[in-house]
Design a protein around this ligand. Structure first.
Ligand code: SF4
Length: 289
């Protein structure tokens, strides 16, 4: 059997991102992670919403779905429940996932469905030319807030842990090797995995640049004494660290049954392979008349 390589996930679609955008590294890290997990293109599906980064399913040769703004997770959930043998990833920006899609995000965390969610967090709305996003820091001047952002930013790490996500990590698109490894670990994890990724928008965010993160990011797992990923309260407290030093890596991981594990209908074969021609839906249809 011939194993898929990185090139197996390339297609010929023209990439529309600005030169230097952090999304290029995220795309490559996803291909690295999928190929090194031994998966074939037909075993993977990538779902997205709307935004610069949400164009990603067009640029990777797997199954893909680009839906509505903030709605990458509901289709990803449906895809996983229809065929739980597929490896399902969802991608989208911070505006998509932590703004309009916040409700879906919280409920997917608590459901613990086996999806890996990669958030391209550039702390701004890129596609619509540089407005404040839910993760823009207080005081940041953008086109929609010329006097500076008034609200506090959303903290996706502590939010995800509190809501019940069972794998919560943060990467940086300026560290491809580390990011590829995080995505691979997130995919191997049984349950909902959030990987929030610092993805500098080189066109509209002149504050949170590659240099900004290169100077500040350090790896949790490399610090003296390592990091206990089972310490939930410690992980929530660590998520508050922001300033001269910013932690990346796996904050929290928990083993618990997935949503699919708890559905008896999925215990034998995926729904897509279950016969439907012997099911009588007449009684059900009668209820609609
Ligand atoms: Fe990337 Fe920003 Fe350009 Fe969008 S606007 S493609 S996020 S650099």
């Amino acid at each position: 059997m011939i194993m898929a390589t990185l090139a197996s996930f390339n297609n010929t679609n023209k990439i529309q991102w600005c030169p230097g955008c952090g999304d290029f590294a995220i795309l490559l890290a996803m291909k690295n992670a999928i190929a090194s997990s031994g998966l074939e293109p037909h075993q993977v599906c990538v779902s997205s919403g709307v935004g610069c980064g949400s164009k990603l399913p067009h640029y990777i040769k797997t199954y893909g779905f680009e839906g509505l703004h903030g709605r990458s997770l509901p289709p990803a959930t449906a895809i996983k429940l229809s065929n739980h043998e597929l490896t399902v990833l969802a991608v989208g920006g911070d505006g998509d996932g932590y703004g309009i899609g916040l409700g879906h995000f919280l409920h997917t965390c608590r459901r613990n469905i086996d999806i890996t969610y990669i958030v391209q967090n550039n702390q701004i709305y890129g596609l619509t030319t540089g407005q404040t996003s839910p993760t823009s820091e207080k005081g940041t001047k953008t086109r929609s807030t010329p006097h500076g952002v008034i609200e506090l930013p959303v903290n996706p790490i502590s939010l995800a842990i509190s809501a019940g996500a069972s794998f919560v990590a943060r990467g940086f698109s300026g560290d491809l090797k580390h990011l590829s490894e995080l995505i691979k670990l997130g995919m191997a994890h049984k349950g909902f995995a959030l990987i929030d990724v610092f993805q500098p928008c080189v066109t509209y965010n002149k504050v949170n640049t590659f240099q900004f993160f290169q100077q500040r990011c350090y790896k949790l797992q490399d610090q003296q004494g390592g990091w206990d990923t089972t310490d939930k309260i410690g992980a929530i407290a660590k998520a508050e660290e922001w300033g001269e030093k910013i932690p990346i890596g796996i904050f929290y991981q928990q083993k618990r049954p997935t949503y699919e594990d708890e559905l008896p209908q999925l215990s034998k074969v995926p729904l897509v392979r279950q016969p439907i021609d012997n099911i009588d839906i007449t009684k059900l249809m009668d209820e609609f008349y």
